[in-house]
Design a binder for this molecule. Structure first.
Ligand code: FES
Length: 206
């Protein structure tokens, strides 16, 4: 798989006099858990290890700031979590005519995320960080109208491999190689600040 891990990616952007922080909180919950669990994982049988690798992961998003993104790993893939600001959410409705699938009619998300924000809570987006073209990992570009992406850019992801573009609901723009929106994985809230990625059963939800 061609995607690159973006754990611990930190960047600061200052456009239109606003600052958006790409969090250095990568894997806050997941990384902490990894450190403690390694001896446990090594003690497992191969089949138990395979099961653990596909298991849901719990993520603490309490430190995730508005406008920021964190990345965790689930089933060997990057999962991005973005806390969108009111300004970011307002911009989502302004470019629907430029999107290939603005209503998310292709099944790239669970039913409960088939809505204009593609999320359970409008402000928190959870999405697989793998381009639907050939599997690269797109770059988070939350700033508005940067010089290299054009005056109509309202924030989103840009895939450097072949130029695919996605908005801040991870919906693909028309005219790029990626055929569909990015995938929203199954997930649920265990509390206001704790997410479980990989499990959307009703048990334990708030
Ligand atoms: S892999 Fe993203 S545009 Fe080709």
């Amino acid at each position: 798989m061609m995607y690159e891990k973006e754990l611990n990616m930190t960047a600061k952007v200052d456009h239109s006099k606003r600052r958006l922080l790409i969090a250095a909180t990568a894997g806050v919950g997941g990384m902490a858990a990894l450190g403690i669990s390694t001896p446990f994982v090594l003690s497992l049988t191969p089949s138990e290890r395979a099961k653990a690798a596909g298991a849901p992961i719990e993520v603490d998003i309490s430190a995730l700031q508005e406008g920021a993104m964190m990345s965790v790993e689930w089933q060997g893939k990057p999962v991005w979590i973005v806390r969108r600001s009111a300004e970011m959410l307002a911009l989502l409705g302004k470019h629907e005519g430029d999107l290939a699938d603005p209503a998310s009619s292709v099944q790239q998300q669970p039913d409960y995320c088939m809505n204009p924000t593609r999320s359970i809570k409008p402000e928190v987006l959870v999405v697989l960080g793998i381009c639907t073209h050939l599997g690269c990992s797109p770059t988070f570009r939350p700033e508005v109208a940067p010089g290299d992406l054009g005056g109509n850019w309202a924030g989103g992801w840009f895939c450097p491999c072949h130029g695919s573009r996605f908005d801040l609901a991870a919906r693909v723009f028309k005219g790029v190689p990626a055929p569909t929106n990015l995938i929203i994985p199954p997930h649920k809230y265990l509390s206001d600040t704790r997410l479980l990625i990989g499990d959307d059963s009703k048990e334990g939800t708030v």
